[in-house]
Design a protein around this ligand. Structure first.
Ligand SMILES: NC(=O)c1ccc[n+]([C@@H]2O[C@H](COP(=O)([O-])OP(=O)(O)OC[C@H]3O[C@@H](n4cnc5c(N)ncnc54)[C@H](O)[C@@H]3O)[C@@H](O)[C@H]2O)c1
Length: 348
């Protein structure tokens, strides 16, 4: 079976490609390398079951033959990261909505190829239910704050996928990923764990945005990718059909961002101070954060066995080790400051 992974040179996509190849699938990756990197795929070079195409999901001429030649599509390509979306909302909306529509349309046209779409827990918006169930309301902000454009773009992708399923019978499966972390995730676009670790390793202040009392759950990319492959197997095996379903996927072990910063300091043996930075200073606009985000994983567990193996300490140790071995991921002196400083200065 041949699997196309859009966004496969990214953090999650590259781990998924490795796992699928290990299981005997053929893997084709399409990635424009906007946030991903060929270095993430280094270990796969030379594997006869693997191929890489540099290009965008927005380019029909590039995407079309890849969809035609595969049996199933994992659609991961997206503009990610709150900071990059706040800076470039248009690019995010275009890739996340138009790119997703392109993947779905071509999958339908090429004989109804199944599509597994990675959505995000961000679609729950300001819904503060704990834990969040798939059927819970999507509460998005109506005020035009760029902060919510990623959530809206992922929600639009979900609506598109469900419309293709309901109206055209295209087999789709939607995964709402909660914070997924581990080696190869970059801190350049505002992801908290790689940012804290690289700051700690380079002796810069660990910058906690807001009060740090906001609570999150972090899942290892290995646990997440394992579940993604098991869900793919439900599509090709004889288990209960998962098409047309939305699944939360992540960890439900919570900790506060202050606790996370302390853990990073201890695990990296860092002398870095922990500095609190207001959202205004960090993001340069009226930024609303969500106090708690915990997934309800019951639905996922009705379909596959899912018992995350990696706790937060193990994840942090592994990720710190990765950044130690890849010093190019560490910020140059001074760049550990909130990433939007430059654009804010530009606006003044
Ligand atoms: N990591 C998380 O915690 C998390 C949480 C929720 C959802 N997700 C979703 O999971 C998916 C993978 O995210 P990730 O964390 O690996 O981020 P990532 O940035 O490492 O991966 C996204 C990949 O998509 C590629 N890409 C972007 N625009 C493209 C385009 N037009 N054409 C082709 N490729 C393009 C990037 O180069 C990158 O390799 C995304 O859809 C993201 O929204 C991730």
């Amino acid at each position: 079976m041949r699997v196309l992974i859009t966004g496969g040179a990214g953090f999650i996509g590259s781990h998924l490609a490795e796992e699928l190849l290990k299981k005997g699938y053929e893997v084709a990756v399409l990635d424009d390398l906007s946030t991903g990197s060929e270095a993430n795929l280094q270990s796969l070079r030379g594997n006869p079951g693997f191929s890489f195409t540099r290009g965008s999901v927005l380019e029909e001429g590039v995407l079309s033959p890849l969809v035609r030649e595969c049996d199933v599509v994992f659609h991961l390509a997206a503009r990610v990261g709150v900071e990059s979306i706040i800076r470039h909302p248009l690019g995010g909306l275009e890739v996340n909505i138009h790119g997703t529509e392109m993947v779905l349309r071509l999958a339908h046209k090429s004989g109804s190829k199944p599509v597994i779409f990675t959505s995000s827990s961000d679609v729950y918006g300001k819904n503060s239910e704990v834990p969040l169930k798939e059927g819970d309301c999507i509460k998005l902000e109506t005020v035009y704050s760029n902060r919510w454009s990623y959530s809206c773009s992922k929600a639009a992708g979900e609506f598109l996928a469900m419309a293709y399923w309901k109206e055209k019978g295209l087999p789709v499966l939607i995964l709402r990923l909660f914070n997924t972390v581990g080696p190869r995730q970059t801190g350049r676009y505002g992801m908290v764990i790689p940012r804290f670790i690289t700051q700690a390793l380079s002796g810069e202040a660990i910058t906690v945005f807001g009060t740090g009392t906001q609570r999150r759950c972090f899942a290892s990319v290995k646990d997440v990718v394992g579940a993604m492959v098991r869900l793919l197997e439900t599509l090709v095996g004889s288990g209960p059909a998962t098409f047309g379903h939305v699944f939360n996927l992540g960890s439900d072990e919570e900790l506060s961002i202050n606790e996370l910063a302390e853990k990073v300091k201890v695990i990296t043996h860092s002398a870095s101070p922990i500095r609190h930075v207001s959202y205004e200073e960090a993001y340069g606009e009226d930024f609303e954060d969500i106090q708690r985000k915990v997934p309800n994983l019951e639905r996922l567990r009705q379909f596959i066995s899912y018992n995350p193996k990696y706790d937060i300490d193990t994840i942090l140790k592994e990720t710190a080790e990765y950044h130690r071995r890849n010093p190019s991921s560490l910020p140059k002196s001074g760049s550990g400051e909130p990433l939007l400083h430059a654009s804010r200065a530009g606006r003044r």
